[in-house]
Design a protein around this ligand. Structure first.
Ligand code: SF4
Length: 195
């Protein structure tokens, strides 16, 4: 878990989903073309040990796996944030890669596009993340956990990233083996700045 640790973010453009609460719509089409070497050079200047490859949806870019492998080869710890709708069977299984995969709940409007087989691929150093908007989302997340019994860490985050209390109380009441986490950057930099 790297929350709070200085991290270089690579935000790729493009995403096949359109979640109702998406807070990075600028990633659907904006951005500039960059080659892998140029990205690596920019990351090196930031002098962070951790790199987060996010989007949009990083795996929607055809060379994202090559970029990921180059980052891993250079010794970075990489967190790959992926939306649950992309196959993960070609991901390298190495210690310094953390796959952080969403399962989209019903309020996203995209829950029908999830690839549930991906959950089996996630191991102890990976994360399964539910963005929860309401009771229906929470109950849905509980059903998915009971059905697929993930071996990885399970994370609940409220839509908007800040209103933690109701969600934390539900998780405690239900004795769920899950972490309730905010989107830390929203506390530090506010809603306008999506790092
Ligand atoms: S997967 Fe992420 S980037 Fe894509 S629409 Fe949903 S919230 Fe936005």
């Amino acid at each position: 878990m790297t929350i709070g640790a200085p991290t270089a973010f690579i935000r790729t453009s493009g995403c096949p989903l359109r979640c109702t609460y998406c807070d990075t719509p600028q990633a659907f089409e904006q951005g500039e073309q960059m080659g892998i070497d140029a990205i690596l050079a920019k990351v090196a200047k930031l002098e962070c040990r951790h790199v987060c490859l996010t989007g949009g949806e990083p795996l929607a870019q055809k060379d994202s796996t090559k970029l990921l492998e180059r980052l891993l080869d250079q010794g970075y710890h990489v967190v790959l944030e992926t939306n649950g709708a992309m196959p993960l069977d070609e991901m390298p299984c190495v210690e310094n890669l953390t796959i952080s995969m969403d399962i989209k709940c019903p309020s996203s409007g995209e829950s029908g596009k999830m690839i549930f087989e991906n959950i089996e691929i996630l191991g102890p150093t990976d994360q399964l993340k539910f963005i929860v908007s309401d009771d229906a989302d929470y109950e849905y997340a509980k059903e998915i956990i009971a059905k697929y019994e993930p071996k990885c860490e399970v994370i609940f985050t409220p839509v908007g990233g800040k209103e933690m209390k109701g969600l934390a109380e539900k998780v405690l009441k239900d004795r769920l083996n899950a972490r309730v986490l905010p989107q830390l950057h929203k506390f530090i930099w506010g809603d306008e700045d999506n790092r």
